[in-house]
Design a protein around this ligand. Sequence first.
Ligand SMILES: C[S@@+](CC[C@H](N)C(=O)[O-])C[C@H]1O[C@@H](n2cnc3c(N)ncnc32)[C@H](O)[C@@H]1O
Length: 252
Amino acid sequence: MVDYDDRQYAVYAEGRALHPDAAGLWAETFTRWAPPHRPLDVLDLGSGTGRFSPLLADLFGGAVHAVEPSERMRQVASATAPHERVSYREGSAGHIPLPDASCDLALLFLSFHHVPDRARAAAELARVLRPGGRVLLRSAFGDRIPDLLWHRYFPSARAVEERMFPALPDVLAGFAAAGLRRAGFERLREPMAAGLREYARRIRLRAISTFEYLDADETEAGIARLDAAAAAETDPAPVVADADLLILERRD
Ligand SMILES: C[S@@+](CC[C@H](N)C(=O)[O-])C[C@H]1O[C@@H](n2cnc3c(N)ncnc32)[C@H](O)[C@@H]1O
């Protein structure tokens, strides 16, 4: 269990700042999978420091309910990502503080693996979505963890992720039981950093859940290897990571 009030709130915004090309990639992807009418009322569930909340308001023109359990993550969001149509609210996937059938779209961006009761979360999402409403679930899935650059430097990271992220068939079955059906699935290539130096600087902040489960020796050794590789890089190559997105729809 990662406590975002403990350390992550202080490093997350810097450690996970979107690469400029990634912001455009996600805007285009969210738009392609969202219901076609406008405006859309959006739930940003596990909104963290508000990395996507203002973008959702600009893209879809309606209210954005940014729901987040960590008080300190919400404080960072309110201070650094204000928007006239975004409200940062206390809540969680198990207790979404919204009325029935009040949203057209829900984004869960790397928050679902933190949810302790996923069946309840699926029922809550089905409750707050309007018919035809969609869920954009950006997550990794334990049965299809992609090859990521940090796996080369931190040998236990892949096994941690296979345990930490739910398997895709289980996720689909859980949402189907709540009345949310698969409407699409994509693996995107998300730009992460311009080169190894920038990548190493971000990894050093450990603003990634995986690193909360690695022991100190492995973390220190991996960062040292990564720093050495970054120092030796003469012709920086962009770092790109595979990113899975599952799209679900409430049909009735
Ligand atoms: C990796 S961060 C992602 C934040 C944001 N979605 C983003 O992409 O920048 C995960 C977030 O999920 C939140 N979270 C943890 N448990 C949750 C729950 N049960 N329901 C909703 N969000 C939760 C954490 O507090 C944290 O802010």
